[in-house]
Design a protein around this ligand. Structure first.
Ligand SMILES: Nc1ncnc2c1ncn2[C@@H]1O[C@H](COP(=O)(O)OP(=O)(O)OP(=O)(O)O)[C@@H](O)[C@H]1O
Ligand SMILES: [Mg+2]
Length: 439
């Protein structure tokens, strides 16, 4: 047998090396070996892809063309080259693609008459053309759009990040972009967390509890699933309501607490508790509500007044709580307007929105409001196999696909036991309220 050329013999070795490199250190493999090839192919294919996805425009250009000339006596048509104006397809100008952690990003200049929405509509077609997991479109300024491609779904496995050390700020998961997913109550005070059953709502609440447990904050639970979710976390909860009646009393206490803090701030000429001197500043309270819909469901007319009272108290907390250090995190399977006007008003106060997998398009629309239709489509496309994946919208008007870290009940329970000594008692918090009592 003739000797194989040395380079051919080395091929399997090179292949194995590349495989091992990709397997053990994907970030450097992506940056050095894969990205340059991908960038070249994206640039090279841009004209075809733009044409296929309907992103080109016809423009008049001077061009050399061949036109039929005279018919010669032999019957052969003579063609002549002519310099004339013809309509050609122009593609949007593309800058050089730049690598990102999970893919690449490229800036484009829109053509006349185009809006970023045209690119959003074409995002799925672009993703298929380039064989990438997803393309997200954003617009950094007029006339420019940025396409961000993710090669593979980065949310299939999400590993833990170091916890945040800032007060009321918790790293609960990871965004599709690879950045941490933060819930920061001081920036966005109230949150709605919706999703079908088994979509990961309670897991997210667990992540929050684990993150907040070591911080100097009071945690309050309203668990309308009869307390089955939050009772194990009681050591770190300053108060826990497990039915509507208890929730009503607890919310009344919270409203009284808020009014009291309002008085303290007024006396000290402070606009919110953060402007108070540290010695006077009361402890922030985070209220976690599970199964929100239960607060509003009416079995018969006799419950009407009770529901109205509870819902008004919750709404007052949402409206005024921010300045006085009372924050809401409401979880529920449904938060539609069919539950009553109280829910609609509450939704308007909650600027933080999290939509896990949903069964019906209405829930996604209700949770995310009239956010980008692509966000709604993305929420509806969350597969059941990836619980914890959600669409997150907050005050910056942007939306992100994200996944929470997996935090088991056991981990959360352990955290609540470890930090039980940091729990301010409800009596301590509400002690100087005029008619404090119950919860
Ligand atoms: N981020 C995640 N990563 C991996 N597994 C997760 C994640 N989030 C949730 N899960 C798993 O999915 C299952 C359902 O999660 P969870 O109990 O949070 O759902 P839920 O929306 O609260 O459901 P329900 O409405 O029935 O209370 C759990 O077994 C949990 O372990
Ligand atoms: Mg749950």
């Amino acid at each position: 047998m003739p000797d194989l050329p040395a380079w051919l013999a080395a091929l399997p070795l090179i292949g194995a090396g590349l495989w091992a490199w990709r397997r053990w250190h994907y970030p450097s493999f992506w940056l050095i070996a894969a990205f340059p090839l991908v960038a070249l192919s994206v640039r090279a294919s841009w004209r075809r892809v733009a044409l296929g996805c309907g992103l080109t425009k016809k423009r008049q250009r001077w061009w050399f063309t061949t036109v039929p000339g005279l018919i010669a006596s032999t019957g052969i048509v003579r063609v002549r080259r002519r310099f004339q104006r013809v309509a050609v397809d122009t593609k949007p100008l593309m800058w050089l693609p730049r690598p990102t952690r999970h893919g690449w990003r490229v800036t484009l200049h829109t053509l006349e008459g185009q809006t970023p929405g045209d690119y959003t509509d074409a995002a799925e077609r672009l993703a298929h053309s380039w064989s990438v997991h997803a393309i997200r479109v954003s617009s950094p300024g007029p006339g420019r759009v940025v396409l961000s491609a993710t090669m593979r779904d980065p949310l299939v496995t999400v590993n833990q990040l170091p916890p945040s050390t800032d007060l009321l700020k918790v790293t609960v998961g990871r965004l599709e972009t690879g950045r941490p997913w933060m819930i920061d109550f001081r920036t966005v005070p109230h949150w709605l967390n919706a999703g079908a059953t088994q979509s990961g709502k309670s897991n997210l609440a667990n992540a929050l509890i684990v993150g907040l447990a070591p911080q100097p904050v009071a945690l309050v639970g309203i668990d309308l699933k009869g307390g089955v979710e939050f009772t194990p976390y009681a050591p770190r909860l300053s108060a826990l309501a497990t039915c509507r009646e208890e929730a009503g009393r607890l919310l009344d206490d919270l409203v009284a607490l808020m009014l009291d803090r309002m008085g303290v701030c007024r006396q000290a000429a402070a606009r919110n508790i953060w402007q108070l001197p540290p010695a006077l500043r009361p402890v922030p309270v985070v209220v976690l509500v599970d199964e929100l819909a239960e607060l509003y469901l009416m079995a018969d007319k006799s419950e009407k007044d009770e529901i109205a009272r509870t819902s008004t108290a919750l709404l007052r907390v949402a409206q005024l709580g921010r300045a006085f250090g009372i924050y809401l995190f409401c979880c529920g399977q449904r938060i539609g307007s069919d539950l009553g006007p109280g829910v609609t008003a509450l939704r308007a106060q909650c600027s933080g929105r999290i939509c896990h997998r949903v069964n019906d398009p209405e829930t996604a629309t209700m949770t995310l409001d009239d956010l980008d239709p692509a966000a709604l489509a993305s929420a509806r496309a969350i597969p059941a196999e990836t619980p914890g994946v959600a669409i997150v919208a907050s005050q910056d008007g942007q939306w992100y696909r994200a996944r929470s870290f997996h935090v088991t009940e056991h981990t959360a329970e352990q955290a609540t036991h470890t930090h039980a000594h940091l729990t301010p008692s409800w009596n301590e918090i509400t002690t100087h309220l005029p008619e404090h009592a119950h919860a």
